[in-house]
Design a protein around this ligand. Structure first.
Ligand SMILES: [Zn+2]
Length: 233
């Protein structure tokens, strides 16, 4: 069925053709962000189907995590690396939202999101936020929310450190580790199952720190989802 929106999109495409984020082919007006070929070749992990998968194992012995998964395999120079560049640095955060939504449908059908109350993205460090203007992890969280209807919360924050820090070095180091994240309205999280979201899971250091901060709230359970998993090989 060709509606008014389709006609407008065709006109817009003719004036300024949109191209595939991976191969650069001009997209048809039915395609969004990726051509059909590149969308079909995305390295989808299906890790959510195994409880002790390689994403979950990166948290083992570090912080209790209920479920963990990553949607795509990341390889240096591969298609996912290219997509992440677009999402993070080339002002295409909506590509992250679209990918997360598209890939979350399968997880939704498999029950991965059942029992989760709130989706919380890893906040962007305040300096990066000032430079980039948007937090890519928040867009990924919004994509998951588009499919699941679970609300996105901004309870995890990256506080601005004191600019006139004159304390001893040891104190400053402690603040660098402990002060990366803080909680806003922690009472909203009491007894909640939180899905923590980030763009890439590498060593897991950032997510482990964030999960520990969230778990300071009474009764909080943490699960983790990232758009990509760096294979570390
Ligand atoms: Zn393509």
């Amino acid at each position: 069925m060709t509606g008014w929106r389709d006609i407008m999109r065709s006109v817009a495409d003719a004036l300024m053709p949109r191209s595939c984020a991976v191969c650069g082919t001009v997209l048809t007006h039915q395609e969004r962000h990726l051509c059909i070929g590149c969308a079909a070749e995305l390295p989808v992990t299906y890790l959510h189907r195994e409880p002790d998968n390689e994403a979950a194992m990166r948290f083992a012995g570090r912080v209790p995590v209920e479920r963990a998964t990553s949607l795509l395999y990341y390889r240096k120079g591969g298609s996912v690396a290219q997509l992440l560049q677009d999402i993070k640095y080339r002002n295409r955060p909506t590509l992250g939202r679209w990918l997360a939504a598209r890939l979350s449908r399968e997880l939704q059908a498999d029950g991965f999101f059942s029992g989760i109350d709130i989706i919380i993205p890893i906040p962007l460090h305040f300096e990066k936020r000032a430079r980039r203007g948007y937090n890519q992890s928040r867009y990924i969280a919004l994509g998951v929310s588009d499919i699941t209807g679970i609300p996105v919360g901004d309870n995890l924050i990256s506080p601005r450190p004191h600019s006139t820090q004159t304390a001893k070095d040891s104190t400053r180091r402690w603040e660098n580790v402990q002060g990366v994240f803080a909680l806003s309205h922690p009472e909203q999280l009491k007894d909640k199952h939180v899905l923590l979201i980030d763009d890439v899971l590498t060593t897991g250091a950032t997510l482990v720190t964030a999960a520990r901060v969230l778990r300071q709230v009474e009764g909080v359970t943490v699960s983790v989802l990232t758009l990509a998993l760096d294979k570390l090989d």
